[in-house]
Design a binder for this molecule. Structure first.
Ligand SMILES: N[C@@H](Cc1c[nH]cn1)C(=O)NCC(=O)O
Length: 463
């Protein structure tokens, strides 16, 4: 077991998770500032929604490139690069009045955000034991969600009180703080230097004495190098030099456990993301007819439920490793059942049903963190950045498509703007989620079956 300096892993995690929470603040910094943004740049609602869309597209599109860079340059360099990009993006956002420069700012924020979460996830297995990882991962997600809460009210208040530029420069200031802490504290693994130590070529005492804290057991399903098969690279080799992108992608995708993780991340979070990022408030106010305070109360419940579920799911998935996929599937079935009840409810859904919806639907967020556990169990270390990036694309791709499809269906029904919203149109629009659940669940069953067979054939045991 680890001994000697048990505090260091927690300090490294603390700074890494602070960087992730700051990235979530950056990501959702426009969430509560819709009208202020429209006024500042003189734009309509469609251009405003483009800001969010472009940022999400950049985030999702960069997951695989960033994952590859992670395997090459390490987690702390990528995390700091991401933070720097977000700082520059927010400084641009604070200082320009041209809408195209503002879009460039959102591209920078999306790109920086894309580097953050998967870098943190890449760093964790180097510092914590297999038993601790599910709980630490869930806490990482939970603290990120807290970042979302922080970004809404305090930033809106700051902009209202001190002005647009001060509000966004404040967010950039938080990023600078993260950069300073990150340069001083973050290390890819025990025994590795901080970015500053690597630049100066001098390894400090803390880094040197941290070497014995290294993971004493590999974190995947592979405790010994796998036999030479077509399916797996040899695990003990840290990198496979000269292996091009497509060869790496083919090798990664040939692992059924990685594909299983992808579909898990694809399936559980999109209903939550579509609701929180865009369609929740319009549905609750323009569709169901609640006032803004009631809608805001329900949205806060969404975040709280997601955080509560993270506290439960972490220990459960650590204790019952073999059962984590069935547990996940039960959660998805519960989400589907509640959504179908809301969609097919004759007339206005009662408040108790809406409360059940906002308590059950958010379980999909923490459940999607289980996908990273599955990925870590099956993906060789030399591919783990790539694997994490690939898995993280799943939920963001499904969320983006569902968000756009809901808007298109509303438009097609003539209910695309606030004055035309109707409950019936929303109920029809939300049915676009059904094929995504069907596809996701089918692929999960298929890949789970293949994964089990692969494990049996290769004599592997889950860790
Ligand atoms: N699974 C989400 C995070 C999450 C945790 N709880 C609710 N949501 C995820 O993949 N996040 C990636 C990111 O960049 O935030």
């Amino acid at each position: 077991m680890r001994n000697g300096r048990p505090l260091l892993p927690w300090v490294v995690w603390g700074v890494a998770v602070l960087a992730y929470a700051a990235a979530v603040v950056n990501r959702s910094s426009l969430a509560a500032l819709g009208p202020a943004t429209q006024e500042h740049f003189g734009i309509d609602a469609t251009t405003l929604s483009m800001f969010a869309m472009i940022q999400l597209i950049v985030y999702a599109g960069l997951q695989i490139p960033v994952g590859l860079l992670l395997d090459r340059f390490g987690a702390s360099s990528m995390l700091l690069t991401g933070t720097l990009l977000m700082v520059v993006g927010q400084v641009v956002m604070a200082t320009v009045s041209d809408v195209w420069l503002a879009i460039l700012a959102r591209v920078l924020v999306g790109a920086g955000d894309a580097c953050t979460f998967i870098s943190v996830m890449r760093m964790l297995p180097e510092w914590f034991s297999v038993r601790q990882l599910p709980v630490i991962s869930q806490f990482t997600g939970l603290i990120g969600q807290a970042g979302q809460l922080v970004s809404i009210t305090p930033l809106a208040l700051a902009v209202a009180s001190f002005g647009w530029a001060s509000g966004f420069l404040g967010v950039a200031g938080v990023g600078v703080l993260v950069l300073i802490l990150g340069c001083l504290v973050l290390r890819d693994r025990p025994g590795a230097g901080t970015v500053i130590e690597r630049m100066t070529g001098r390894l400090g005492r803390i880094s040197r004495t941290a070497r014995p804290l290294g993971a004493d057991e590999p974190t995947g399903a592979f405790t010994v190098p796998p036999p030479a098969t077509e399916m797996m690279p040899v695990v003990t080799a840290p990198r496979i030099p000269g292996l091009g992108f497509w060869a790496r992608a083919r090798r990664l995708l040939s692992i059924p456990g990685t594909r299983l993780a992808y579909w898990m991340h694809f399936t559980s979070p999109f209903a939550l993301n579509a609701f929180v990022l865009l369609w929740g408030t319009p549905f609750l106010t323009g569709g169901v007819g609640l006032d803004r305070a009631q809608a805001a109360g329900l949205l806060n419940l969404v975040i709280l439920s997601s955080m509560g579920a993270a506290l439960l799911l972490g220990p459960l998935s650590s204790r019952f490793v073999e059962r984590r996929v069935p547990m996940y599937v039960v959660i998805v079935f519960a989400i589907v059942a509640v959504w179908l009840t809301v969609i097919f409810w004759p007339g206005t859904p009662p408040m108790w049903l809406l409360v059940v919806l906002v308590v059950v639907m958010p379980l999909g967020g923490p459940a999607s963190m289980v996908a990273f556990e599955v990925s870590r169990s099956h993906t060789p270390r030399s591919f783990s950045g790539f694997g994490t990036g690939l898995v993280n694309t799943g939920g963001f791709t499904s969320s983006l498509i569902v968000i756009v499809l809901i808007g298109l269906v509303l438009d097609a029904l003539g209910a695309g703007s606030p004055e035309d919203y109707s409950l019936h149109a929303f109920q029809i629009a939300f049915t676009v989620q059904i094929p995504f659940w069907l596809l996701g669940l089918t692929m999960i069953f298929v890949e789970q079956h293949r994964t089990k067979r692969w494990m049996r054939e290769h004599g592997r045991r889950l860790r």
